[in-house]
Design a protein around this ligand. Structure first.
Ligand code: FAD
Length: 391
């Protein structure tokens, strides 16, 4: 959607296909980091974004057995010293509304891309999509696969991502938020499984992190055991865990970390999770996908306007631009997965209290050190900026 908006704004006719009838799904995360806030400001959308229902996070906290400790601090970042938690459907609707103001932009909901169209020389020249009216062929100078980590277009191009491994999956559910609850957004460390609580104002979106492939084992147990586990780990939720009615209220989200060696073929470019699926660690995936879109928009728009069908070298330039920041963030995610998450999940000592180690407590007293994780996650590496629109 972001790339569609950027291309249309630059005067390139762009069609976005979305297989669902709306954006109302709550499993893609909603952390809008300062890097994305800057892009929204550059697009003149910040005021409208600010009007969306949201929760601003200035500090990332860990709920340890010995109390709440600040682990990351956004307040030193400029120009936006916070991360916004915004339901992703609101953000996508905002981008869609803005894109539709531009001539040449078309959004086709309930259009599921199924396969690629090639010319005689093997260059991708379009897609065939399933729509309520039956199959439709879209011809295009360039097809961009932004269809997520199970990308159909990537598979149709015969591209195989390299799996970088993830030791966990996520059980995802929500519980009401009461006025007496704490204000923040929290990680709740633990052994065997642990929690992340996203504050969505009226309710808590809760991620319960479990070992990879263990979901069936969890779900084979009575739901009451799971409720008790939540209540023991997150004390203030104990009075409402019975609102998890059954396992139907708890969705399994599978975690993957992978990356394509080559993000393009003649006539086809892949970006976002389709090129590099991100772990939920740090809540950076949607922000990286947006950075890819901005880099792609900056590089592709002039080429599409000048050449029509861009050469593959132009597509390679997008990968070249985004590969290093993607590699760095994925390497950090894999490091945290191996060093912290995998050992914690391998333990069966579910009720053993976790305290913040003394050294960490000492180091985190420094606001400079606390701002480091916020800077890495919030602003990332090689930040992209929207070029002024030129028609
Ligand atoms: C459990 C979990 C939690 C996460 N939490 C966060 C978080 O809090 N913050 C964060 O920044 N990142 C988070 N991530 C990572 C994040 O979800 C992804 O990195 C990000 O969504 C990638 O964006 P994308 O646009 O590339 O793909 P997606 O967000 O997956 O979007 C792909 C879009 O394409 C559509 N589509 C798919 N196939 C087709 C088709 N064939 N035809 C037409 N349309 C199609 C889909 O409906 C969807 O709208 C999380 C990941 C996981 C697994």
């Amino acid at each position: 959607m972001m790339l569609g908006l950027l291309l249309a704004r630059a005067g390139v006719a762009a069609t976005v296909l979305e297989k669902h009838g709306d954006f109302l799904r709550d499993f893609r995360g909603d952390t809008v980091h300062p890097s994305t806030l800057e892009i929204l400001a550059e697009l003149g959308l910040k005021k409208r974004f600010d009007a969306l229902p949201q929760h601003r996070v200035e500090q990332l906290d860990g709920m340890f057995a010995d109390g709440i400790h600040a682990l990351g601090d956004f307040r030193r970042l400029r120009p936006f010293p916070y991360m916004a938690l915004v339901p992703q459907w609101d953000l996508l609707n905002l981008l869609a509304t803005e894109a539709q103001r531009h001539e040449g932009f078309q959004l086709c909901m309930r259009h599921e891309a199924e396969t690629l169209v090639h010319d005689a020389r093997g260059r991708v020249t379009g897609v065939v999509a399933r729509s309520p009216e039956g199959p439709i062929q879209f011809n295009a100078d360039l097809v961009v696969g932004c269809d997520g980590r199970h990308s159909v277009l990537r598979a149709a191009a015969g591209l195989q991502p390299q799996n970088l491994g993830a030791p966990m999956d996520v059980l995802w559910f929500r519980l009401p938020r009461l006025p007496t609850d704490p204000e923040g957004t929290y990680g709740v460390p633990g052994y065997g499984n642990f929690f992340v609580l996203l504050n969505r104002n009226e309710y808590w979106q809760v991620a319960s992190i479990i070992a990879k492939g263990e979901a069936d084992r969890w779900r084979a147990r009575p739901i009451q055991e799971f409720r008790d586990r939540v209540a023991r780990k997150v004390g203030f939720l104990a009075n409402r865990v019975d609102q998890i009615g059954s396992w139907d209220d708890v969705k399994l989200l599978e975690v993957r970390v992978d990356r394509l060696r080559q993000w393009h073929r003649p006539g086809l470019l892949l970006i976002g999770d389709a090129a590099h699926a991100m772990s939920p660690i740090g809540g950076v995936g949607i922000n990286l996908a947006i950075q890819d879109a901005v880099a792609a928009g900056n590089i592709l728009a002039p080429a599409l306007l000048a050449q029509g069908r861009p050469d593959e070298s132009v597509l390679a330039a997008v990968q070249q631009r985004r590969l290093l920041p993607t590699r760095i963030i994925q390497a950090l995610q894999v490091l945290v997965q191996r060093r912290v998450i995998a050992p914690a999940l391998a333990s069966q000592a579910y009720d053993k209290p976790v305290e913040l180690p003394r050294l960490a407590r000492l180091l985190l007293k420094s606001s400079l050190i606390r701002s480091l994780p916020a800077r890495i996650l919030g602003q990332g590496f090689r930040r992209e900026h929207v070029r002024p629109a030129r028609r």
